[in-house]
Every structure is written in structure tokens, then in C-alpha cells.
Design a protein around this ligand. Structure first.
Ligand code: NDP
Length: 386
């Protein structure tokens, strides 16, 4: 029986994780659930899964939930504040931590889980983008296991050799990209794209921030950086290929010319079930793929002029150090500005580029360096908003 903490429990990945865990009550016990302020959703989850403890980063929402639990006689403890998410990640009863908070807010709890030697199921790609070398070191020193949840990186994880020393024959990895909702939309209409259009992904159903990232292809830029850290690759060893059907989730290219791919229906419960049970395999509730119905798989080259955010992400990976943290922060501010109606769609790349042109960069010495780069980039991005 493995104790599970789900951070970001009320989000898209959190809900899929609970769905998989609920199918295997003999294997997983939900020990802790955390979110930002969705008290009503967390209450429902607590009633169903009876965790020992829940946490909300927003102190007011946590107070309301605690009062509600006391009145209803629900024994689950309620913790408040952002530090409480890190507390959940390090509880002794917790074996596995699903890091599914969105954005830079997920970094402290992901690092805490790694330092505490947990199995970290990493959906929060932003933490690896911001602080890749620190997080990978924390995993190694804490004796943690890091299993990627992003479907692309989980596919690569599945296709890599797992025996000691087995990486020698790996030449490159190929990250597939659906191309998002605007792959074929006339570029001259990009300025008119609304948040609702950007959040309506043709294949995946996800939270709003990652949906916009998928529409600009910044998601692939972040994943490019993520792949370099996770698998110890030089940026020249990571290739991005458009694949609109999202059936081939990614591939590993070997020295002998072999390409190993992982295929499946586009449903996050597959990578989640893989990470929860690894190296075993368990049912996820995902429909099996009918290749005859799929019939064709298309591949193409991404258009970097149409989607400059991908090129910016790749440039940040090559620059390394503190540049990816700055790019991530600028993207978060720009996406929030777009979702709030302050910035048009093409403005997202413009804000990121303007911040990137001004950052000083430099190596990552400590978490303080990362947080400083994050703060500075946010301030510059806010200045760049219209
Ligand atoms: P959602 O927006 O659906 O959910 C975000 C979750 O994070 C919610 O539970 C939210 O709580 C919580 N949260 C937000 N801010 C904070 C904070 N400051 N402190 C604590 N909790 C917080 O996001 P997704 O599930 O779509 O994405 C989560 C992560 O997984 C992202 O990093 C994304 O890039 C990655 N990912 C997502 C995929 C998907 O299919 N959705 C696929 C691959 C990766 P509340 O409800 O209270 O606001």
C-alpha cells in the first residue's frame, strides 16, 4: 500500500490522478490533498477519499474549510498557507507525491518532495524549467525517484533503457507536438484570438494556463528545456516534430537507427498510471487504441515564425543558467495578461522576448538565485504589458 499526496488535487491532472487511484484502493491510499483556494472541490474529495490532511495555500479559504470540517465532524486536518503544500510533500506516511500545481508556485513543494526522498510524479514542468540543476541534484541527494507525467516525457521515460549504463546508445529524443488549436489558422488573424479559443485544445482537455501554452507552443518550448534536464541531454539532442493526432507521444532514437515510440490514446491517465505503478502496469481507465480506426499518423516540421514561443524556449535551453527561469516567469505573466484580456495573443511572445533580451542570466548557484531571477522577470514582464 503506497501513501499518496496530490498537490494540485483540484486541477485537471489532480482529478485524473484521483480517478486512477480510486481504481486501485488495494494499492494506493490518499494521505494528503492540496490546492490553492478551491475549498468546495477539496471538501468533496476529502469526503470521498478520507485523507489524513488537506492544505489550501489561501489562508482564508483554509479557515473556511477548517470551520466547515469541524461543524460536519470530518476528522481530516486542514493546513493553511503555501508552506503547507511542502509539509504535505514530506509527511512520513507519504510515499508518492503528485506534483501537479500549476506554475512557479509548484517549485518549493516539488523540491521538498525530492529532498525527502519520495517518488515524485512530476507534472509541474515549470519547476524543472526554473531550477533544473537544483531539482535534479535534490533528487539524487535525497534518494528520490523522479517520473515525468508530461505525456511526451513519460513516453521517453518508457522508451529509454532502464538498465545501468544503458544510455550510451541513445542518440536523440523526438518530442511530438500536436500544434495546438491554431496550427492551420491564418496568421494574420492571430491578434484576434480570444482566451476561449486558446483554451479549446483540439485533443487534450487541460487547465487554462497550459492550454494557452499549448496554443502558443510555449508548452513545447518548456518541454524542450524539461527534456534536457530530465534525461541529461544537450539541446542538439532534442528534436520537435509536429504530430497533430497526438497518438505517438514521443520517441527515442538509438545509435543503430532504431526509433522506439510510445503510442496511446491522448488521456493523461496513461502516464499517471504508468508513474504510479512503475515498473508494473495497472489499469488506468483509458480506452485502448484501435490502430485501424486511427488509420493515419502525420508528422511535420513546426513553423517557428508562426509560433515564436517555441524558438524562445529552445533559445532559453541553449542559454541555460537563469534564463529559463526568467522565460518561465515572463510567460506566466504574459499568459495571465492574455487570459485577463490585457494582452493579445501575439503579445505573449513579444513580452517574453522583451524580457529575454534584458535578463542578465548567469549560472544557478542556489534557490535564491532562481527566485530572484523569477521576481525580476515578472517585474519586467509587467512593465512590458500594455
Ligand atoms: P489546473 O489549472 O487544472 O490546476 C492547477 C492546480 O494547481 C489546482 O489544483 C490549483 O488549485 C493548484 N494551484 C494553483 N496555484 C497554486 C498555489 N499557488 N498553491 C497551491 N496550489 C495551487 O492545471 P493542470 O492540472 O492542467 O496542470 C497542472 C500542472 O501539470 C501544470 O504544471 C501543467 O503544465 C502540467 N501538465 C498538465 C497537463 C494536463 O493535461 N492538464 C499535461 C501535462 C502537464 P485551485 O483549484 O485551488 O486553484
Amino acid at each position: 500500500m503506497k501513501g499518496l499526496a496530490i498537490l494540485g488535487a483540484t486541477g485537471s491532472v489532480g482529478l485524473s490522478t484521483l480517478d486512477v487511484a480510486a481504481r486501485h484502493p488495494d494499492r494506493f491510499r490518499v494521505v494528503a490533498l492540496g490546492a490553492q483556494r478551491s475549498a468546495a472541490a477539496l471538501r468533496e474529495q476529502a469526503l470521498r477519499f478520507r485523507p489524513d490532511v488537506v492544505a489550501l495555500a489561501d489562508p482564508g479559504a483554509a479557515r473556511e474549510l477548517a470551520a466547515d470540517f469541524a461543524q460536519a465532524g470530518i476528522a481530516t486536518r486542514v493546513l493553511a498557507g503555501s508552506d503547507a503544500l511542502s509539509t504535505l510533500a514530506t509527511l512520513p506516511e507519504v510515499d508518492f507525491v503528485m506534483a501537479a500545481i500549476v506554475g512557479a508556485a509548484g517549485l518549493p513543494s516539488t523540491l521538498a518532495a525530492a529532498r525527502a526522498g519520495k517518488r515524485v510524479l512530476l507534472a509541474n514542468k515549470e519547476s524543472l524549467v526554473m531550477a533544473g540543476p537544483l531539482l535534479m541534484r535534490a533528487v539524487a541527494e535525497g534518494g528520490a525517484t523522479l517520473i515525468p507525467i508530461d505525456s511526451e516525457h513519460n513516453a521517453i521515460f518508457q522508451c529509454l533503457p532502464h538498465a545501468a549504463g544503458g544510455r550510451a546508445g541513445v542518440r536523440r529524443v523526438v518530442l511530438t507536438a500536436s500544434g495546438g488549436p491554431f496550427r492551420n489558422r491564418p496568421r494574420e488573424t492571430f491578434r484576434d484570438i480570444t482566451p476561449e479559443e486558446a483554451c479549446a485544445h483540439p485533443v487534450w482537455s487541460m487547465g487554462r494556463k497550459i492550454s494557452v501554452d499549448s496554443a502558443t507552443l510555449m508548452n513545447k518550448g518548456l518541454e524542450f528545456i524539461e527534456a534536457c534536464h530530465l534525461f541529461g541531454l544537450d539541446p542538439v539532442q532534442v528534436v520537435v516534430v509536429l504530430h497533430p493526432q497526438s497518438i505517438v507521444h514521443s520517441l527515442v532514437e538509438y545509435a543503430d537507427g532504431s526509433l522506439l515510440a510510445q503510442l496511446g490514446a491522448p488521456d493523461m491517465r496513461t502516464p499517471i498510471a504508468c508513474a504510479l505503478a512503475w515498473p508494473e502496469r495497472i489499469a488506468s481507465g483509458v480506452e485502448f487504441l484501435d490502430l485501424v480506426k486511427v488509420a493515419r499518423l502525420d508528422f511535420g516540421e513546426p513553423d517557428l515564425e508562426r509560433f515564436p514561443c517555441l524558438a524562445l524556449g529552445q533559445a532559453a535551453a541553449r542559454a541555460g543558467g537563469l534564463v529559463p527561469a526568467a522565460v518561465n516567469a515572463a510567460n506566466e505573466v504574459a499568459v495571465a495578461g492574455f487570459l485577463a484580456g490585457r494582452l493579445n495573443f501575439t503579445g505573449i511572445a513579444e513580452v517574453i522576448e522583451s524580457v529575454m533580451n534584458k535578463v542578465t542570466g548567469g549560472p544557478i548557484g542556489s534557490i535564491d538565485d532562481v527566485l530572484r531571477a523569477d521576481r525580476e522577470a515578472r517585474a519586467r514582464a509587467l512593465e512590458a504589458l500594455p
